[in-house]
Ligand binder design. Structure first.
Ligand code: UD1
Length: 429
């Protein structure tokens, strides 16, 4: 299995181009199931999750074509992808495919809306918590689908089509908002989604669905109004830049010192995280096409942060912030409110010399003057990149194992960091 080897201590200086957002790309690809025409997506990042989802969609009959890939080229960035589901050949998403990536469960929305039936494996447990699917099933049921659980599968049927309705989520869920939006877009009549997720990726997907002929208003707020249409058509859409990748590199620069321009970043998509970084003593300059993050010789100040749905501090940056706070001049606290088991990076950061105490869903991080390189292991996507950030600032050598977690969600990570002066390389097994 591949590993990442880092020799810490170099500041980061240069420019990092920000990729298309993984968390927008996946639901945008899934939206292709909702039309028989071609959906063209630009700025699709080269990620393992994208490959996994393309296989799942292929199983349903989606023709997936990547434009202009040079023969033999392995790692690309920002591709244009054409997805055509002219015929849905199979409405079942089998366990073997769905278990690899939780978001693949989301195919249930467009499949039942377009075909009147879908049989999708329940995604099962996940390293960062139980992550149930009750909100999805309740939403589809409110839209008139009959739902049954059969031998580990969710079976949704609506032979006469879905019918618009009010869907009120008990808790904000990004995935359930995507699915309810896609299903309601093809339901008869009007739907209102209350307590909807307002994440920029929800807005991006709604914009794309509207280009496909949907009538969705209010995406980006807690209440989304959708007027159902009979069918959707093809469209062309550019994936929004990745705010989590942006925040991750901003924290890496804060950690190592230096000055890096994050080209294409949208600062308005991560205001809470940028405010946190500013209060920690990091300089952030915003311009028309991105932003520049810098930290001079001054140390990092401790912060107190609670993860929240957008526009609050994102859970997907929690591990990276914790890595940064291991070097703060004082004690920080981070409370996780979205997922119940998202502190697995704590024991790995401790191997690098971090002093972190856990009290339920809250972590107290006592900053240390130095971290020491060590062998560590990635446990999930965001946790693994927190180990890279810590390794960049640790003394000596750090190797991060199980890097397939990183490959799921960070495009050309080693290339981007080494172009800014980091000593980082992939050891191919
Ligand atoms: C998405 C993101 C993930 C991010 C998360 C929260 C993608 C591909 N993934 O995941 O990176 O960390 O949003 O911002 O976009 N819940 C239920 N029942 C349900 C659905 C969710 O109880 O049916 C709970 C979850 O367990 C969790 C909370 O709702 O506690 C929020 O999860 P949700 O927003 O659904 O996360 P995802 O959409 O899976």
């Amino acid at each position: 299995m591949d590993k990442i080897r880092i020799v810490g201590g170099n500041p980061l200086n240069g420019t990092i181009p920000i990729s298309g957002a993984k968390n927008a790309t996946l639901p945008l690809m899934i939206a292709s199931l909702a039309t028989a025409d071609t959906l063209t997506l630009h700025n699709v990042p080269s990620l393992q999750d994208v490959v996994t989802l393309s296989r799942i969609l292929g199983n349903h009959g989606v023709d997936y074509a990547v434009a202009g890939r040079r023969p033999g080229s392995q790692r690309t960035h920002g591709s244009t992808v054409r997805l055509t589901a002219s015929e849905i050949v199979d409405t079942t998403a089998p366990y073997d495919l769905v278990r690899r990536m939780r978001a693949s469960f989301w195919v249930i929305g467009p499949l039942v809306a377009r075909m009147g039936e879908a049989k999708v494996s329940l995604p099962g447990g996940c390293a960062i918590g139980t992550r149930p699917v009750d909100f999805f099933l309740d939403a589809l049921s409110a839209l008139g689908a009959n739902i049954e659980i059969d031998q580990g599968y969710a079976v949704a049927s609506a032979s006469n089509g879905l019918v618009g309705n009010r869907v009120t989520f008990p808790k904000v869920s990004v995935g359930a908002t995507h699915v309810a939006s896609m299903a309601a877009a093809l339901a008869r009549g009007e739907s209102v989604i209350e307590n909807a997720a307002a994440e920029p990726e929800v807005v991006d997907v709604a914009e794309c669905l509207n280009k496909m002929g949907a009538k969705i208003e209010g995406a980006g707020t807690r209440t989304i109004h959708i007027q159902g249409v009979e069918e959707l058509h093809g469209a062309e859409h550019t994936v929004v830049p990745d705010r989590i990748e942006t925040g991750t590199y901003a924290m890496a620069v804060a950690m190592t010192g230096g000055k890096v321009r994050l080209e294409g970043a949208r600062p308005q998509h991560l205001e809470a995280a940028l405010e946190t970084l500013k209060s920690a003593g990091v300089s952030i300059e915003v311009d028309d096409t991105g932003m520049t993050v810098a930290r001079n010789g001054n140390g990092i100040q401790p912060v107190d942060v609670t993860t929240e749905p957008f526009p609050g501090f994102p859970t997907d940056l929690q591990a990276q912030l914790m890595a940064l706070m291991t070097k703060a001049q004082g004690t920080s606290s981070i409370r996780e409110t979205i997922f119940e088991n998202r502190f697995m990076h704590v024991s790995e950061l401790a191997r690098l010399g971090a002093a972190i105490r856990l009290d339920g869903q809250q972590a107290f991080i006592e900053g240390q003057p130095t971290l020491q390189g060590a062998e560590v292991m990635a446990t999930d996507l965001r946790a693994s990149v927190s180990l890279v950030i810590a390794g960049l600032a640790a003394e000596g050598e750090t190797t991060v194992g199980r890097v397939y977690h990183l490959d799921r969600g960070f495009e050309n990570l080693e290339e981007k960091l080494s172009a800014c002066g980091a000593q980082i390389e992939r050891l191919v097994a």
